[in-house]
Every structure is written in C-alpha cells, then in structure tokens.
Design a protein around this ligand. Structure first.
Ligand code: ASP
Ligand code: MG
Length: 816
C-alpha cells in the first residue's frame, strides 16, 4: 500500500485536482487502495496566519477571509455538479464561521496564543481535505474524510508539536483496519494533544503526516506530490542550470531540505528512514517526470556532491576572548541558553585555539541572542575575559551536500577555489565530521554569483557559462560576435562552454542583458535598447551584476579602458584585450596588471597584442614557464612594412609601393603611423617584458626608415611628395640588396635585454628571406632551440585572425 501526499499546488487548482484524481485512479486500479494525505490549498495557511496576526492588533480583515472562502467555493463550483454543491457549501460555511468566531475572540482579547493560531490555521487543511473528499466521491464513493486530530497525538507544543509516535501509530492502524473498505483522505499538518486541543506539526508539516501514516501502515512507498520536479541541485530561482536529482539518500535529502527552497519538510525523512520506506517526490504539473527518489541504499550515482543548498539571509554572532580558552562547558552554557529561548542555531564554528566561537542564526533572532549573551556572561564581559558579542548581518550560507564527499578528496579545495576565483570572501566555514556537508558563510550580495560558480565547478558535465562584457564594436568586435555566434554549438559540444555576451558598449551606446545579448541581432538591440555609453558606468554595472566566470574584453584602441583594468581585476574579473596600449605604456603599469590579476586569481590574456591571432605571446609564455631561456628574438611584426618590402623589387618605386599598400587597406590613414615603427615598437616592448626585461619605450632603439623630410611633412599629400623626392635613396638600398642577392627587411630584435628595430639586408640563409604578402614572422632562439630557432609565421593582421585570437583567449579563461 502506498501513501500519496498532495500539497497546495495539487489541491489549489482544478488542474491540480484533476491530475490528482487521475493519479489516485491509477493506484486504485492496481488493486490496492492508497491512503491520501492532503495539505491546505497553496497560500491559505499564510492567509489564515495573517488574519490572526491582524486580529491581535484589533483589525478584522473581512476581504481576506472572503478571498479564502472564494478560493474554496470556486473549486466547488467548477468540480461538482450543481445538485451536489449545496451540502458542500454548507459545510464550508460552517468551517469558516468557526474561523470567524476564533478570529473575533482574538480580536477582543488582543492576544493570539500559539494554541489559538494552531486552531485557526488547521482550517486550511480541514477545508481542503473535506472539499477534495467530496469531489473524489464522484469517482470513488468509498472516499472518507479523516480529521488527523483524531488519529495523530502530540504534546502541547503548539505550532511545532512533537508526535507521540507509538500512540499515533496504533491509532492510525486501528482506524485503517476498521475502515478497510474506505479510501481515506487525511488532513495533513494537524494533530491533537492529550486534552484534544488542535496542534500542528510545524509549517510544511503535512509531508510529515504522510510519513507518520506510511510508517504506521508499513506502506511500500510515500509519494510526495509537489509543484516542482523533485529536489534540485540548487535553488532554481538563483541557478538557472540547476537540474532535478534522480536519487538521494535520506541524509542527503535532509541536508538539502534544511537549506534553501524547501521541497520537503525535513522531519519527514525520519519515520521513512527508520522503516526504510522510499519517498518519491514528484510534480503534479508534470506527473510523468520521474522526480526524485529518496531511499536507503539506492545511491548508484558517483557524483561527489548532490547539490548546493543555501540560506538566503542569516546573521552571525562572533564571540571571542580568553575567558573561553580551555573552559569546559562554555559552549554548552551558551547553546543551551539559546535553545532555551527557542533560538535555532544554524551553524557553529569554533577555532581550535578556542579563542572564538562563531554561530549563525536567523536575522530576527540576532538582537535577542546578543542580549541574552550579554546578560548571561555579564561578569566575563566586565572582567574583559570576553569581548562584546559582535553581530554581523546581511550574510548567507552556501553548503555543498553529498555522501560521496567522504570518499572523494579535494572537494573543499574545489569549493574554495571556485569561490576565490570569483572574489567571494568566506566569513566562516563548517564541515560536519560526517562529511556530508561543507558550509560557508558569505556576503548575501555574493550568493547568486557563488551558487552559480560553485554549481559550474562541480557539475562539469553541464556547460560552463562565461559571462562576457565587450568593449568596442569596430571590425574586431563585430567579427568576434559573428564568430561566437557561428561556433556556439561547437563550443558547447566540444568545450562544454557557453559564452554569453552580457554587456556590449561602443563609444555611443551600451547594453546589458543577464541572459545574454542575442549575437545574431546585437547591433539592432544595441541601437534600439542601448543606453548612452559611459565607460565608468559600464564597469560599474558589470561589477554590480556580480556574475560568475566573468570576462571583460577590450577591443578598442583607446587609452581610456586601460585605466579601469586594475579595478576590474580587483573585482575578480578576467581581462582579454586586443588593445596594445595597456601593456606597452609604462613598465610599472604592465607589472601592476600582471600582479593584480595574479593576486585575484583571474586571467589576463592579450595574445592579439602581438601578431594578431598568431600564437606568439602564448609560445613565449610556455617557453618561459617550462624553464627555457630566451637568447634572441628576431621578428617582423608589422604586416604593413612587410607588404611594402615584399613588393619593393624590380622596377617598383618606393612611393608607389607605399601608395599601393594604402590602396589595399594595409596602412593606417596616415602611412607614417606604420612606417615610423611605433606600432612595431609596442609589440617588441611587450615581448621583451614577457621575456623578463624591465624596459620602457625609450629603451627601444628604432631605426627610422623614412628621411626627416617625409616625417615632417604637414599633410599626407605632402608626405607623398617628399617620399617621391626620396625615391633615389630607397632605389639605392634596393639595388644594393638585389646585387648581393639579399632582401630588405625591417626587423625587430631582442638580444641581451636590448631591443632594436632596424632595416636590414638578409641573405637566403636567413629565415626571414622568404616572407610573402603581409605575413609576420618571429624566430625564438633559446637555450633549447639553439641550433635552429623556433619560428612562428603567418598572417599577422586583419579582423578575422585578430578576432579569432580574442576568441581563443576568451575560451581559455573558461578552461584553465
Ligand atoms: N499548510 C501547511 C503549511 O503551509 C502545511 C503544509 O503545507 O505542508 O505550512
Ligand atoms: Mg507544503
């Protein structure tokens, strides 16, 4: 025989009741009648409580009472044939006039004892169960309404009464056996004490009723029908990727349900555990979904943790002082004091020095707890053996839960590194020696971020989400969005990564969307829905959104974003940049970026600063990390100059080649910006710094290709005139090179900590002799690559390859 418990969502709507009757029907058809336990309609217990509270201050709330009545009447109207409605209305009216009487008594006395409150709220279950029994009679004439107050006995601790298990089990089984032909519909949540006064089992307690009944009747299964698909890995309101768990042990279910969105009332587990009766949690809204099974030895999964539970708001009290050290009984005294005053302690930590004890409680208990401690330990406080108890508010608890944790090492390491990387400060830690739960206290404002980051860390079979904030929508930015859009499926499938663009800004507008800006229509969205751009505001909003696994991408060529990098690292956000200015300004700034990123455990990737998407920065980093030493770096890192010298042969005139390069879009609007070697210098400087040299821009020796007359020309047109006038000079160089079988190359060099960029003639044997188009090339001669250098060569400019490099950097943030 099975016990079927239906909660407020099932009882509270026509759809729910229809589904419920279907489920009962199927069960009856198996030949074994189930026992049904019901709770009040959703929200009704809260409404009744509210009315009682208002009555205390002398206010009657007729509207609310009417609303409660209407909810029940509506169901009668919809689900019963007219000729059967009258007696049901009549009984419901009797119930509600009783409620009204109690409420007016409370109003007169201006006092509502827990006993009166229990009586008021018990009508929620009574009305709902009565109503459903009447509806069920249409299909099962043997349906019988049972008021649990007659079969479940408790002490007189109103509001949270303790069940007399032995007596109740006897009463339940006697009742069941003497009504063998009936289909029982029992009110959940309520019971009665020895004097016959109505008590309740604590909020959410109708689950518990089901377990008591199940245990008394040795049922084969207890089904709990809720409005959610079983227990989930985390609170789905905060963690979008939370998923339903198929199996849990009783202990795990207990741990999971103590915290967070309560799916099941924790004490429910006890009777079921003792009798090894499986509990199945299912959703009335999706009856075919498997739900969660809680059972004795059904744990087949090897997930080290089952879920992450959380308590949204707690306060902690911190007690410290020498008075506690080595003093047996101190904590005993402290906690019995709190227990005596019904203050529930959620978590405790004590340092092994015994110098401090920290415990977490509900925020509403904080002031009372503080006062109690001050009274109790007055002498110690006066003698300064104890410091004034400190209350800290605005905190949350996050806990990872799972029985397999004790078999798996590294779980706490994983937890703390996920928190650390995301800049979540941990205020207190507790791990039960059972190792089923590791709890941390963190700031409430970090909870959503922490839950998501930890969820991503542990449930790696799910896609990891990177939340990306992008600056710049020029060629590189645009291309990047297109590439991300085109490769989204691939990324999910092969790298287990989901890249969400959560913020975009250019110099005009900015846009944020926590769910991700659609990459096929970002441009329209930004134009239409974007707000005026403001760099400071962009960074502030990114910090405020406080998302996990966050990356800031700078695809501008402006010095402004650079001023925010440090602040961004300090908020535990990684930076990916194609903007060279940051790394090539002062050395101290370069150092600060690296150090700050390192201290905050985030990444700083800038592969595209040198040679666009070519793996140059990464290659150098790998060489350095593996203990190699750079002896010489030679490089051609200007695509433009490369193009010019590759085409400057035969009959070609130098100024014509420069013009051609410009026409082909290889140069800056003013070609001198390329030819003056400044951009090349920045790249060489970054490489030299990455190779371990503390250099400034002034330390780089640049050979000017252009004669002074060209450099000083007022306009681009004038520049070309001067360049033409200098044709002879270049012609001579070309001839000289060609006659000796050499090629002209503008080469950057790092040797012995010195960087130079010079125009050279190289012969066939030099790796740079054959260089085509606008290619970049770099040769690393190192301790290990001494005989022949390690060479990287390929297209080193263009939106497509640069965006691809930025793309790779972003993905790298997700996979380290
Ligand atoms: N109706 C009660 C409550 O809301 C009991 C329950 O729903 O389980 O707390
Ligand atoms: Mg409930």
């Amino acid at each position: 025989m099975k016990v079927l418990k239906f909660g407020g969502t099932s009882v509270g709507s026509t759809e729910g009741i229809v589904n419920m009757l279907d489920i009962i029907k199927k069960e009856v058809q198996t030949g074994e009648k189930p026992v049904v336990v019901l709770s009040a309609m959703s929200g009704i217990t809260n409404m009744l409580t509210k009315m009682a509270e208002e009555a205390v201050i002398g206010e009657g709330n007729q509207e609310l009472l009417q609303e409660v009545l209407d909810r029940h009447f509506a169901v009668v109207q919809e689900m019963l044939p007219i000729q059967q409605q009258a007696p049901v209305y009549a009984q419901l009216k009797i119930y509600f006039s009783e409620v009204e009487k109690i409420l007016s008594a409370i109003q007169n006395l201006k006092e509502c004892s827990p006993k009166s409150l229990d009586l008021v709220i018990s009508y929620g279950e009574r009305c709902a169960t009565f109503l459903v029994t009447k509806i069920a009679e249409q299909y099962f004439p043997e349906s019988l309404f049972v008021d649990a107050a007659t079969i479940i006995k408790t002490d007189s601790n109103f509001g949270n009464a303790k069940v007399d298990t032995r007596l109740s089990e006897d009463l339940i089984s006697i009742f069941y056996n003497s009504h063998a032909d009936s289909l029982l519909f029992i009110t959940g949540f309520i019971a009665s004490d020895q004097q016959g006064q109505t008590t309740t089992l604590g909020r959410g307690g109708s689950d518990y009723t089901a377990a008591i009944v199940g245990s008394a009747l040795n049922s084969s299964e207890i089904q709990i029908w809720t409005g959610v698909n079983g227990m989930m890995t985390a609170d789905p309101r905060m963690v979008k990727k939370a998923f339903s768990l198929t199996e849990l042990s009783y202990t795990e279910a207990m741990e999971m349900s103590f915290f967070g969105a309560r799916v099941i009332y924790p004490p429910t587990m006890i009777p079921a555990f003792l009798k090894k009766i499986p509990i199945i949690i299912k959703s009335i809204l999706q009856p075919d979904f498997t739900g969660t099974v809680i059972c004795h030895s059904c744990d087949s999964s090897d997930l080290p943790i089952k879920g992450i539970s959380s308590i949204n708001e707690i306060s902690i009290i911190n007690l410290q002082g020498s008075g506690m050290v080595g003093k047996a009984g101190f904590s005993g005294k402290l906690f019995s004091l709190l227990a005596h005053e019904q203050i529930n302690v959620i978590m405790i930590t004590q340092s092994s020095s015994e110098h401090s004890i920290t415990f977490a409680i509900k925020p509403e208990d904080a002031v009372k707890a503080q006062r109690l401690i001050e009274q109790e330990f007055e002498l110690e406080l006066q003698a300064k053996k104890l410091e004034q108890p400190e209350v800290e508010e605005g905190l949350s608890i996050l806990a990872i839960v799972g029985e397999n944790m004790k078999k798996t090492t590294g779980m706490s390491g994983k937890l703390f590194s996920a928190l650390g990387r995301n800049g979540v400060n941990v205020r207190a830690i507790a791990q039960g020696s059972s190792e089923h739960n590791i709890s941390v206290v963190i700031l409430q404002q970090d909870l959503a971020k922490a839950l998501n980051a930890v969820h991503d860390e542990f449930f790696t079979e799910l896609k990891k989400t990177l939340n990306v904030f992008c600056l710049g929508t020029g060629n590189i930015g645009k291309t990047l969005f297109r590439q991300l859009y085109e490769h989204r499926d691939f990324l999910q499938k092969h790298n287990g990564i989901q890249v969400k663009i959560t913020g975009i800004s250019n110099s005009r507008k900015m846009l944020f969307e926590e769910e991700g800006i659609p990459l096929d229509s970002w441009q329209e969205e930004l134009d239409q829905a974007g707000e005026p751009a403001d760099l400071q505001g962009f960074v502030a909003k990114m910090k405020e959104m406080n998302l996990p696994n966050c990356v800031f991408v700078d695809n501008t060529a402006s010095p402004k974003p650079i001023t925010f990098y440090e602040e961004i690292f300090k908020s535990n956000v990684s930076v990916v940049t194609s903007n060279k200015i940051g790394n090539s300004s002062s050395y101290s700034q370069y150092r600060t970026f690296k150090d700050t990123a390192h201290t905050h455990g985030v990444d700083f990737y800038y592969e595209t600063n040198v040679g666009a998407g070519l793996p140059i920065v990464r290659t150098l980093k790998d060489l350095m990390m593996s203990g190699d030493r750079v002896l010489l770096i030679e490089a051609v890192l200007s695509g433009t100059i490369s193009f010019i010298f590759n085409h400057f042969k035969g009959e070609a005139k130098f100024h014509e080649v420069v013009k051609l390069a410009q026409e082909k879009g290889y140069t800056e609007p003013d070609p001198r910006d390329d030819l003056n070697g400044k951009d090349f210098m920045r790249k060489m400087l970054i490489l030299a710094r990455d190779a371990g040299y503390e250099l400034e821009a002034e330390d780089v020796k640049i050979d000017n290709i252009l004669p002074g007359s060209c450099l000083n020309a007022q306009s681009v047109t004038d520049f070309y005139k001067e360049l033409e006038a200098a044709d002879d000079f270049f012609e001579k160089l070309k001839k000289e090179a060609e006659q000796s079988g050499k090629a002209l190359r503008y080469i950057g060099k790092l040797e012995d900590g010195k960087v130079s960029i010079t125009l050279q003639m190289v012969d066939e044997s030099h790796p740079f002799f054959v260089l085509s188009g606008s290619d970049n090339i770099i040769a690393f001669t190192t301790e290990r690559y001494k005989e022949r250098p390690l060479v990287v060569k390929g297209p080193g400019a263009g939106a497509e390859v640069t965006a691809a490099g930025v793309f790779a950097d972003i993905v790298n943030v997700g996979t380290h």
